[in-house]
Design a protein around this ligand. Structure first.
Ligand code: HEC
Ligand code: HEC
Length: 474
């Protein structure tokens, strides 16, 4: 078994055999800004401590099933896992790599066959094809709703414990977080963790991440005792020092030259505080909101013929720049979004992508705001028939609703929170397909298409391609 649990496909593709001696001997220290290739370019991580030291507890087996944090948070995959790389690990390890464990790696944890390769292929199908981990949660006591039924195609149709299927979030660029986990459960009084706020940041975030690391060791890694406070602190210090972004695009070249501000080093200097750019007027200094969220690419860059080592096509740079402009300015009529339209009492909000992805040059929500944009809906136009259908009943008025994932409602118990998730960071996307909490968008084009349909944006073919090009170089 590999010490660090890392699959160094990136390193092999680059032929860096001097760094990576043999598959079974993963290097323990990478140079800073080590290049990891993906389909459209090269991703790099900048560690503010100067190197990528893979010897700490983040990379050690912390429990009983052989898993480390890196089993699901890989440096090559923007510290998440791409489904393609998971599939690759399945084939190479015959489905025995520690990520393939039945506690939460398989579609269901009982009545499955993991004795044969074919059995494992089926048992881990959601992890292999969509990079999804099974998150099991119970309805909180005193919730405003009860579970009527669960129709889960893989078994696990219990109504006492619900099985949801979610993508690992990147364990990098964490200082920009306004809430931890898709449903914010590690930043919630209900779990004795702290909501992240301007006045208490970053102490709240650091304590939430320590609690998260403990939960991950006990849950994902099936530890019998919690990691020590020192281990938790080492894990959090390690994660907090990381800045990750696409650094080179095969078409557009290096992303931080000629006035462009892409790549992880510039990201590591990006100013941030909670509420830095809030559309509802909650900036702590009363600075007005601006929809111009991303300022990474400039006219100058798009029209410079570079002399740098990576050749590029001017068309690709121009497309990326147009995509950034669309992100910052293309109108979106935001309707029916739980957490936004109901919270403001405005049936239509004239917004942009940045209404929700508003933290500068990162794109997560700069203030904790769980939103329901319809990704968990059984009617998600991207198609979610690979997921369970969970039907809930409002205890007060008997209303029923079906969803594939109740989201934040399983933490707060509130009916209004069904289907709400956080607006995640948008950096390093090219390295970690598929997208959205349930992996329903196989590609960035699919993610853009979701918005085009859901909000009737009327994007042309070219505009969709430009937006996807822009997202792929973040
Ligand atoms: C079996 C796979 C797996 C393992 C192992 C794992 N994680 Fe995760 N991680 C996930 C998934 C899935 C999520 C998202 C879950 C959700 O939001 O419901 C996540 C979320 C996170 C987040 C939240 C990031 C954000 O934007 O909110 C952090 C931080 C994190 N993991 C760190 C760790 C650490 C530290 C360890 C080791 C102690 C670890 N993970 C082990 C799968 C894993
Ligand atoms: C009304 C709020 C809102 C608007 C407007 C919005 N988003 Fe999102 N975005 C979200 C939320 C919430 C999520 C997480 C949803 C989920 O997975 O359930 C998300 C997720 C994403 C993801 C997936 C990220 C990942 O890690 O998987 C991408 C990509 C994305 N948005 C791009 C865009 C683009 C491009 C636009 C403009 C066309 C846009 N968003 C407009 C709220 C919004």
């Amino acid at each position: 078994m590999m010490k660090s649990g890392l699959w160094l496909s990136g390193a092999f593709l680059l032929g860096l055999t001097s760094v990576v001696a043999a598959e079974s001997e993963a290097p323990v220290i990478f140079p800073n800004l080590f290049p990891f290739p993906n389909a459209t370019g090269i991703l790099k991580t900048f560690n503010s401590t100067g190197k990528l030291d893979l010897t700490g507890p983040f990379f050690q087996s912390l429990g009983t099933n052989g898993r480390s944090c890196a089993s699901c948070h890989q440096p090559s995959d923007a510290w998440s896992v791409s489904a393609a790389h998971v599939e690759n690990r399945f084939e190479r390890s015959h489905g025995l790599d520690p990520i393939f464990r039945t506690n939460d790696g398989s579609n269901c944890d009982h009545s499955i066959d993991t004795a044969t390769m074919e059995g494992r292929r089926e048992a881990y199908s959601l992890l292999r094809t969509r990079g999804l981990i099974r998150i099991a949660l119970t309805v909180p006591a005193g919730a405003e709703f009860e579970v009527v039924s669960v129709r889960n195609p893989y078994g696990c149709s219990e109504t006492s414990t619900l099985s949801m299927y979610r993508r690992p979030l990147p364990s990098t660029n964490l200082r920009f977080l306004s809430t931890v986990m898709w449903d914010g459960r590690e930043s919630s009084p209900q779990t004795a963790t702290k909501p992240i706020a301007f006045a208490t940041n970053p102490a709240d975030l650091l304590s939430d991440l320590a609690h998260q690391a403990m939960g991950a060791a006990l849950g994902h890694a099936q530890a019998t005792t919690a990691p020590t406070q020192e281990q938790q602190k080492k894990i959090v210090d390690f994660e907090m020092a990381l800045s990750t972004a696409q650094a080179i695009d095969f078409g557009a070249g290096t992303l931080d030259v000629h006035g462009a501000n892409g790549g992880p080093v510039i990201l590591s200097e990006q100013p941030f505080f909670i509420g830095i750019n809030d559309p509802l007027g909650l900036n702590p200094f009363k600075t007005p909101f601006t929809p111009v969220v991303f300022t990474l690419f400039t006219n100058h860059w798009a029209h410079t013929s570079g002399h740098e080592q990576h050749s590029h096509h001017p068309d690709r740079r121009a497309s990326i720049l147009r995509g950034q402009t669309l992100f910052n300015s293309h109108p979106i009529n935001i309707v029916g979004v739980g957490g936004l339209n109901d919270a403001t009492g405005l049936p239509v909000i004239n917004g942009t992508c940045g209404t929700c992805h508003n933290s500068f040059n990162v794109g997560d929500h700069s203030l904790g705001a769980p939103l329901n944009i319809g990704i968990a809906d059984v009617t998600n136009p991207l198609g979610v028939d690979y997921l369970p259908i969970i039907t809930l009943r409002n205890k007060a008025d008997g209303t029923e609703v079906s969803t594939t994932d109740p989201g934040r409602a399983l933490i707060t118990g509130k009916w209004a929170d069904i289907g709400k998730f956080k607006g995640p960071s948008l950096r390093g996307l090219a390295a970690r397909a598929p997208y959205f909490h349930n992996g329903s968008a196989a590609t960035l084009k699919d993610a853009v298409e979701f918005y085009n349909i859901r909000f009737g944006m009327g994007l042309t073919h070219q505009e969709r391609a430009d937006l996807a090009a822009f997202l792929s170089v973040l």
